[in-house]
Design a protein around this ligand. Structure first.
Ligand code: GDP
Ligand code: IMO
Ligand code: MG
Length: 430
């Protein structure tokens, strides 16, 4: 058996949660392999809507085992809030949720550091979700982190305090008034108290050596789906650095984020929106500042699932899509939110970048938003039809099929799912 992978090919929020939920009945285990509560994965069914930050999106499916892998970073407070919300909605959380002992823990001072670093950057800020992602991964790599397996150790408290003091020394250098930083409605001291209480919830969950658990599962013929967070253009190595997140969001991240050998990777499902969005700062070559961008945001409800910030919107970027397909080894494409473009007269697709007359289809070392750098577009006729009555690929208007076929011919990868609405049922499989 191999591990199939589902991940985002753009700047995150492609609709990963929705499709993991749709595919989950075909898998025994769903595993998150990187990122933390910067993720916000939305799942809608039977008139209900859930947003998951840490818990894998297979949690709504009976018999699905959900693993939070070693590559994920966990905020006990946020995880506890997530569990409470699910339990309040009668979603079963018990032996169907397993946590890697090797996953690192986000401390309150990691969040404070994140806030302080962002403030100090001024107009150059990353636009972080301020969940402590960068500082926690920094501590992991610099060998200073705390892991889930440490929280029950007898010396946990002293290790926590040592790390806290180290963080505070850095934070105090900035000379900011710390009362201006608010964490889920709490000031820092109160947040830390709530965080400490939430450790009990994390302690109560079943901890595993997820690399053994997953490899044994594979040996025993179990089917595993790895659920990506963020998107390829936010990858720490290949994204639009420094405007990226702090983990490897690409297929390679499955290997070190779950302990899976490269030869055990199976199909790679690459998800993209029929257009593009980005939340936070950083270059976005096809960004629209006109009514078309406004329409996309309005019709697509493009507001962050984690922070509520408006998402920047623009046309689909083919060079970036091809780059993401190359980096991830995508075998199947899934196009999301086709319905959002249903009212557009024309649909544009960026096919190259133009830098002062130099045309390229490769992502340059530094993607930038400047007057000297722009995208060259191809235009397609819009379908101008409501897609809600389409129940199969054959029902799609010709113009939509032409758009899909062009993407398939340019990328060499089939578009096997087209999503036409947020609900689980609004999913067309080819
Ligand atoms: P994720 O982070 O990749 O899981 O995506 P998010 O949940 O952050 O953002 C995707 C948003 O689009 C959510 O609000 C979804 O409910 C919604 N969505 C997903 N697929 C579709 C679709 O095909 N059409 C529309 N209109 N909305 C969709
Ligand atoms: P999902 O899994 C969209 C963005 C932030 C910011 C940058 C760095 O829901 O697709 P960080 O909090 O990691 O320090 O932020 O990355 N970002 C996301 N954008 N979707 C996400 O996750 C994101 N996670 C982080 O907005 O620009
Ligand atoms: Mg999201």
């Amino acid at each position: 058996m191999k591990v199939d992978v589902l991940l985002g090919l753009q700047w995150g929020d492609e609709g990963k949660g929705k499709i993991v939920d749709v595919l989950s009945p075909k898998y025994d285990i769903i595993a998150r392999f990187q990122g933390g509560p910067n993720a916000g994965h939305t799942i809608e069914f039977e008139g209900k809507k859930f947003v998951l930050h840490t818990i894998p999106s297979g949690i709504f499916i009976d018999n699905s085992i959900n693993v939070i892998g070693n590559g994920v970073i966990i905020d006990p407070f946020i995880l506890q809030s997530e569990i409470t919300k699910l339990k309040d909605a009668d979603i079963n959380i018990g032996s169907n949720l397993l946590v890697s002992r090797k996953a690192h823990v986000i401390m309150p001072t990691h969040r404070l550091l994140d806030a302080v670093y962002e403030k100090s950057k001024g107009k150059d800020k990353i636009g972080s979700t301020l969940k402590g992602i960068g500082p926690t991964y920094t501590d992991k790599v610099s060998r200073n982190g705390l892991r889930v397996g440490d929280i029950e150790a007898s010396d946990f408290e002293s290790r926590y305090e040592k790390a806290r003091d180290r963080h505070m020394n850095i934070i105090n250098n900035f000379n900011y008034d710390l009362s201006e930083f608010v964490f889920d409605g709490f000031n820092f001291d109160d947040y830390e108290k709530e965080w400490m209480k939430a450790l009990e919830t994390l302690k109560s969950l079943e901890k595993i050596n997820s690399e053994y658990f997953l490899n044994n599962a594979l040996k025993n013929g179990k089917k595993i789906l790895a659920e990506g967070a963020q998107g390829t253009m936010l990858d720490i190595d290949f994204g639009s650095y420094p405007f990226v997140t702090s983990s490897n969001t690409i297929t390679a991240g499955v290997c070190n984020g779950l302990g899976i050998a490269p030869s055990s990777i199976g199909r790679v499902f690459g998800i993209f929106k029929a257009y593009c969005t980005r939340v936070g700062s950083g270059p976005f070559p096809t960004e629209l500042f006109d009514v078309d961008g406004e329409e996309m945001r309005k019709i697509g409800h493009e507001f962050g699932a984690t922070t509520g910030r408006p998402r920047r919107c623009g046309w689909l970027d083919l060079p970036a899509l091809k780059y993401a397909i190359m980096l991830n080894g995508v075998t199947d494409l899934m196009m999301m939110k086709a319905d959002v473009l249903s009212s557009f007269e024309n649909i544009k697709l960026a096919v190259a970048y133009n830098e002062k007359g130099n045309i390229t289809t490769e992502i340059p070392y530094e993607l930038c938003n400047s007057d000297d750098f722009e995208a060259d577009y191809m235009s397609f006729a819009g379908w101008k039809k409501d897609l809600s009555n389409c129940s199969s690929y054959e029902d799609f208007p010709d113009e939509l099929i032409t758009y899909i076929k062009y993407i398939e011919s340019e990328t060499g990868v089939p578009v096997n799912i087209v999503s036409i609405g947020p609900d689980r049922s609004e999913t067309i499989l080819k």
